[in-house]
Design a protein around this ligand. Structure first.
Ligand code: ADP
Ligand code: MG
Length: 435
């Protein structure tokens, strides 16, 4: 099984970018392969969702090619690593921070040049330029890319620098298990004492987290800051627009520099497409690039995924990328984009059907009459939009991802027995899809 799997994976490797391969394909392990079903072991539910949306198709096709028969995949989620301190056996070891997201492959334009310049400045002189640096902007606009580039560049300039990259979600996970396992001392060593450069991705998810969590975070910030250790945050919004964050944290976010990234203008979109095409080795005619850049204006990740689609299509059909081919191949994708259901629409529809206010749905109230519609809303949001569990939680009174998951599970279980609920949910779905 392992051999066949590896063979399939090497096919996949040719079809995705190196950074995608490293982040999304390589970490996946097969744990079982029987009756045409391959069970893949994945890190967590978030990883699984992204994988299903972006890579499952490529992987299944490759597996089928190797196995020469239809293949299905299902998933097993790894027990979360309870605690991971790099200061383990043999003394503190810190992995070198390397990344395929670099400054070189980041295209600079008017929409992002300020964030880019600030990022360069802090990576050249960590702790001395702006501290903290707070980068904010919409989804898919290059925040994580810049964060990685800062870490990698700073590490290159100073190999001894201990760089810690963490998403806020992973941080919370670490924090809660440290509490549970009474290992707060190790937790603090990891984030305060053996860290010179802290990169915190998606800090907006600190919203609504309890006092003790924000308190711990506050102290980590202070310890690092007063030792002139550089801290960089990314967020999908301006600090003051993040709800339910303690004032003292907010004010610290403003101590350094706040830089935003906006949606790229058409010239920048074209330049990004060209660069990505070059990296992937796709021959991308100008008219095709212009076609994509005109359709997709607010998200670089989507620009990339259009390109990947065309690349895959060109490879599997063994044809060149042309305007005609691109229009055909992306038609369904663009149509689906246009019809995309928003989380707000889900809230409205659920509120209408269950006769509860949207404000109640997103409140912290635990009343049963509200909890059920809220779980339904979460379930539908997960099903019909691209939001992750933490993103859903943030929209429903700052709940964390585990309570979102448990709410959704409740609905999934009830759906099997409760016919009335099934009917309601189907009605809402239909209504949303009709718009
Ligand atoms: P965010 O963290 O803001 O949601 P990411 O950093 O994950 O966005 O970027 C999404 C994708 O778009 C990544 O593959 C990234 O390399 C690419 N990207 C975004 N902005 C640029 C840019 N200016 N130049 C090159 N690639 C970019
Ligand atoms: Mg990101």
């Amino acid at each position: 099984m392992e051999g066949q799997f590896q063979e399939a994976i090497s096919l996949v490797k040719k079809q995705v970018r190196a950074v995608e391969f490293r982040n999304w394909i390589k970490p996946v392990r097969p744990v079982r392969w029987d009756n045409g079903t391959v069970t893949l072991l994945v890190k967590d539910g978030e990883f699984q969702k992204w994988f299903v949306e972006h890579y499952e198709g490529v992987v299944v096709r490759a597996l089928e090619q190797v196995a020469r028969k239809p293949v299905q995949v299902d998933y097993k989620v790894k027990q979360p690593e309870l605690f991971d301190v790099s200061a383990g056996k043999g003394g503190p070891r810190h992995p070198t921070f390397i990344s395929d997201y670099t400054f070189d492959n980041f295209v600079v334009g008017p929409s992002n040049h300020m964030a880019y310049a600030a990022a360069r400045a802090v990576s050249n002189r960590p702790g001395r330029a702006y501290n903290p640096l707070f980068i904010y902007g919409g989804s898919g606009l290059g925040k994580t890319h810049l964060l990685y580039a800062i870490g990698a560049t700073a590490q290159q300039l100073n190999p001894k620098l201990r760089v810690v990259y963490i998403t806020l979600d992973a941080f919370l996970h670490d924090f809660y298990s440290a509490i549970r396992m009474k290992r707060m001392d190790q937790f603090r060593v990891k984030y305060r004492d053996s860290c010179d450069l802290l990169l915190v991705d998606d800090i907006q998810f600190l919203s609504g987290k309890g006092e003790s969590t924000q308190f711990e975070f506050f102290h980590i910030f202070n310890a690092l800051h007063s030792a002139h250790k550089q801290i960089i945050f990314t967020s999908d919004r301006f600090p003051r627009d993040i709800p339910d964050i303690e004032e003292r944290l907010l004010s610290r976010f403003e101590w350094g520099l706040i830089a935003d990234i906006k949606a790229p203008q058409v010239e920048t979109r074209l330049a990004i497409l060209k660069k990505k095409a070059e990296e992937t080795g796709v021959e991308l005619p100008d008219d095709v690039a212009q076609f994509i850049a005109a359709e997709v204006s607010d998200n670089v990740r989507e620009l990339e995924s259009c390109l990947n689609r065309l690349h895959l299509e060109a490879q599997t059909r063994n044809v060149a990328v042309t305007l005609k081919m691109a229009k055909e191949s992306l038609k369904a994708y663009f149509r689906q984009r246009a019809r995309r259901i928003t989380p707000e629409a889900v809230q409205k529809a659920v509120s209408h059907r269950y006769h509860v206010g949207v404000d109640e749905l997103i409140s912290k109230s635990r009343k049963k009459t509200i909890a059920t519609p809220r779980h339904v809303a979460m379930y539908l949001t997960r099903k019909l939009t691209h939001l992750s569990y933490p993103e859903i939680g943030a929209r429903y009174g700052g709940r964390d991802h585990s309570s979102v998951i448990s709410g959704i599970r409740k609905i999934e279980r009830n759906l099997k027995a409760d016919h009335q609920m099934l009917q309601s949910i189907q009605d809402i779905e239909q209504k949303l899809k009709r718009v």
